[in-house]
Design a protein around this ligand. Structure first.
Ligand code: ZN
Length: 906
């Protein structure tokens, strides 16, 4: 037993944390070219990703696992290409989410935040962050993330807070931030404004209430109006009809009476009114409906707010003041019924706005808030994508991006929370002016009074996340990191936060740094269950990535996520898929063990120059072809397809074919054994390099064993284009050799060997021939293939379980040959195979089998004949057409042979 003896099965539990610690300790996650270190070369262009910062109080879910795997793949690939890479990790303070957590824990003590005060609440929240903030980053480490943890950032860090101040004051000074009354989405439970993006709409059954708006000057005339929220009647300031609606022309300009309250309000004409809805007249409540707010602005209507911040009716609601919004709805409707104002009620499908966080119904309310005037920023962000400074992958999401930015509304950035970046505005008690400042002021900048009070609100969390790609690198300071690593390279995230986050970063980057913050946006899809359903707790179909990693290993999870994904498309995930990839990990391990254990069987060096076998040349060209494909696919963000091709090569070509043949070649001993082992080592080494960005742990571990076994045995057992590096994570990315001229012939020859072996294996399987039984065979073919068969007869015999001493190769036309009696005949391309199994085989069944095969081939012949008779032959490139002609010729030849053999059965 040497030190390089591998355990029988891959033990991911013992391996993953050990490997990760070693990577981190060795500093491999740090950029190879660091502007803060001696020897820095500013001319080397780095590859940089900013991690989408998870909520500091979050716990790992599949969405995190997806972006971590994808970004780590990109980072590892570029690092292996020798490009200085930086992946900046960090977490988001996540205003509402974190505050709610702390409020929950306060509630357990029977406390509310107002009771302990702002200072104590913030102290507790920081303590909460210290205690739980590390969980998510530890879980991200478990996924193998090769981030530079020494550059980890938090959105409430001192530096990032400075960036937020700078951004706010910059926008304010430019006139792009203002304070004013606006209709916003109010969350009565959270007692804060929430942004449009934080509101989700759900289809729910409700009621449409029809009632009468009585004319003030004609108590027996009325306008029929319908509403889903009768309590808002208390805030109505007009009734609107369509200007061309003949039913209501005579009402325009007259007054109607607000039910129960008795206020008189005008009937106005507005084209917004939908004549088909309800009775065709619309009650206008500018204080509680966004569309009505706009109508109100058009007509100069007063805005009446009828709810307080807990969504109870306020003093504007007359007798209903103090009631909860839903109690007020019932009571008012009952009173209206008594007063004879109710027409009818009918069931109605509602589109109910609920908060993403608490899930409670949002109330549109008028409130004084801070806003960003977004249009100028949005225009710049539109241009950046239109002119190609920012590329969105997949491209179809550009349209979604344009559409959103073209219709964007001013952004409400103030939140009535305590946890977050406090708005840097101070109100003077003496002169009422506002001081807006980068540094905390001690006096009013207008009158010098020290009686100033800071705005109690904090900024929307996305205000700081929008600055993330540059604030994490030191902006607004011109730090060495900022100068070298900014703009970053790729921003990778799920398409669901294209607006929340990506668009804001583009706007902010352009505004504050004058540059797009990244050149490429790569959007991955969402992960659904195996039936394509969204994963949610209520369906009970949520897969916990931590559990999967515990059970099946991190590499299996990563490989499944990466290989299952295509840009922008949702993927479905099942444990079965992860299990299959755990099996792949085992396959890699077993192949690695076999190769490593074969090393000592070869001489320490070769006595002669290399004489490569057909299989040696074949696997080499297949590997080079794989390298070419993978490079192309990586350049085009087709990581999933690249992974599938590596998987197929490793499993179906390298392990299933070449490894089997290599065993025979090693058994020959001498230089043949040496070169076979060299090839095995090089192909395995290359595969581990290719797989490393997908499955970093098992590849690093196995590569370490391979390296020490190879080094121990011979200094001639080395990777293709380099010496053994210190670790796989920093090893060179493999590059294909230029194409020479032998490749096509080699591939065709080996294809034929495979075809012969497969057809014999298939027959054996079909006829249940004992696997241990070595059978004689006659292989008959034209002279060219016959020479190949003679060369490869040992390989064929071994793989097809033939009796090697009794395999006869017949070169047609050179050797006299009559079809042997009592044999089963098979056809593989130009080769006829005769096996003495007749006694085991039913002739009619045999005829049926061959006729079925003939029919399949005939179908191919017809298909190709049609193809070649059509416009294809004129339009397609000559080489492509010739290829199809060659295929047709081969099919025709095979079908002729099958016909002969079917006849021979009679
Ligand atoms: Zn003042």
């Amino acid at each position: 037993m040497t030190e390089t003896t591998l355990s029988k099965a891959y033990d991911f539990k013992a391996t993953e944390s050990r490997i990760y610690e070693r990577w981190e300790k060795q500093g491999y996650f740090k950029p190879a070219n660091d502007p803060n270190q001696p020897g820095f070369d500013p001319s080397r262009k780095p590859f940089v990703i900013s991690i989408p910062p998870p909520n500091v109080t979050g716990e790992l879910h599949l969405g995190h696992a997806m972006f971590v795997s994808m970004e780590d793949l990109m980072i590892r690939y570029h690092r292996m290409k020798g490009i200085p890479t930086l992946w900046v990790p960090g977490t988001d303070h996540a205003g509402i989410a974190t505050q709610l957590q702390v409020e929950k824990s306060l509630a357990k003590e029977g406390l509310e935040r107002e009771q302990i005060g702002r200072e104590e609440f913030l102290r507790r929240t920081w303590a909460w962050k210290e205690k739980y903030g590390g969980i998510i980053t530890r879980q991200i480490r478990r996924l193998g993330a090769s981030c530079d943890w020494e550059r980890e950032r938090f959105t409430l860090d001192e530096g990032l807070s400075k960036a937020v101040r700078e951004a706010f004051v910059h926008l304010y000074e430019k006139g792009l931030i203002y304070r004013g009354p606006r209709l916003i989405n109010w969350s009565p439970g959270l007692r804060t404004a929430v942004s449009d993006l934080e509101v989700e709409y759900s289809q729910e059954p409700g009621t449409l209430y029809y009632f009468k708006y009585i004319l003030a000057d004609a108590p027996d005339e009325y306008l029929p109006v319908a509403t889903t929220r009768p309590e808002t009647i208390l805030g109505d300031t007009a009734v609107a009809v369509h200007p061309e609606d003949p039913r209501y022309q005579r009402f325009i300009g007259r007054k109607v009476v607000v039910p129960i309250l008795g206020r008189e309000i005008p009937v106005i004409a507005d084209e917004y009114v939908d004549r088909e809805f309800g009775g065709g007249a619309l009650k206008v409540t500018p204080g509680h409906d966004p569309n009505d707010f706009i109508i109100g602005e058009r007509h100069g209507l007063p805005v009446i707010s009828i709810l307080d911040e807990a969504a109870r009716v306020n003093q504007n609601g007359g007798a209903y003041a103090g009631l909860d919004r839903y109690d007020a709805r019932q009571k008012l409707w009952e009173d209206m019924r008594q007063a004879g104002l109710v027409i009818k009620e009918e069931p109605y499908q509602l589109n109910v706005p609920r908060t993403q966080r608490g899930g409670e119904i949002v109330e549109p309310m008028v409130s004084t808030q801070w806003f960003v005037r977004i249009q100028p920023l949005a225009d710049a962000a539109l241009d950046a994508v239109r002119d190609g400074r920012v590329r969105i992958v997949p491209e179809r999401f550009s349209k979604v991006y344009y559409n959103w930015l073209e219709n964007i509304q001013d952004w409400c950035i103030s939140r009535q929370l305590w946890w977050g970046h406090r708005i840097p505005v101070w109100y003077c008690q003496a002169c009422d002016e506002m001081t807006v400042s980068r540094a905390d002021p001690s006096a009013c900048q207008y009158c010098g009074s020290p009686e100033i009070k800071q705005d109690p609100d904090v900024l929307d969390t996305w205000f700081s996340s929008g600055l993330w790609p540059f604030s994490t690198l030191g902006w607004p300071e011109e730090t060495p990191d900022y100068k070298y690593f900014y703009p970053t390279s790729v921003l990778e995230t799920g398409y669901d936060i294209l607006f929340f986050w990506v668009a804001r970063m583009v706007m902010d980057g352009l505004e504050f740094t004058g540059e797009a913050p990244f050149h490429t946006v790569y959007l991955h899809g969402l992960i659904r269950d195996e039936h394509g359903r969204k994963m949610s707790k209520s369906y009970g179909n949520v897969i916990d990535p931590l559990g999967v990693m515990d059970e099946l290993g991190t590499d299996a999870l990563r490989f499944t996520l990466l290989v299952g994904s295509t840009p922008g498309n949702d993927m479905s995930l099942s444990l079965k898929k992860v299990e299959a990839n755990r099996n792949f990990a085992n396959k890699i391990w077993n192949a690695g063990r076999l190769i490593i254990s074969s090393i000592p069987q070869a001489p320490r060096q070769a006595a002669d120059a290399p004489a490569w076998s057909l299989a040696d040349r074949w696997i080499w060209e297949r590997l080079m072809d794989l390298l070419r494909n993978v490079e192309y696919l990586f350049q085009n963000f087709q990581y999933g397809e690249a992974g599938r091709q590596i998987f197929d090569f490793f499993w179906s070509e390298f392990a299933d074919w070449y490894l089997e043949i290599a065993k025979l070649q090693i058994a020959e001993g001498g230089s043949r054994a040496f070169f076979t082992v060299q090839r095995l080592v090089q192909v395995l080494d290359t595969c581990l390099r290719l797989l490393h960005p997908f499955t970093p742990f098992i590849t690093e571990e196995l590569w370490g064993h391979l390296k020490s076994a190879a080094q121990e045995h011979s200094d001639q057992l080395k990777p293709v284009a380099s010496d053994w590096e210190e670790a796989l994570i920093i090893a060179r990315w493999p590059e294909p050799m230029p194409v020479e001229s032998w490749e096509t012939g080699t591939i065709a020859d080996f294809d034929l060997v495979q075809e012969v072996v497969r057809s014999i294996r298939n027959l054996r399987a079909e006829k249940n021939v004992n696997p241990g039984l070595l059978i004689p065979a006659i292989l008959s073919s034209p002279p060219g293939p016959a020479r190949l068969l003679l060369d490869e007869v040992d390989v064929i015999a071994s793989l097809a379980r033939l009796d090697a001493d009794n395999v006869k190769v017949v070169s047609q036309g050179e050797t006299p040959f009559t079809r042997p009696e009592g044999h089963v005949a098979l056809v593989a391309g130009p080769v006829e195979i005769y096996l003495p199994l007749k006694e085991m085989i039913d002739t009619s069944e045999e005829r049926q089998r061959m006729q079925k095969e003939l029919a399949e081939i005939q179908a191919q012949v017809e298909r190709l004949q049609n193809l070649l008779a059509g416009s294809f032959a004129e339009k397609a490139p000559a080489a492509v057409v010739q290829k199809e002609r060659d295929r047709l010729a081969a099919f025709l030849e095979t079908s002729a042979r099958l016909r002969e053999q079917i006849q021979a059965l009679d």
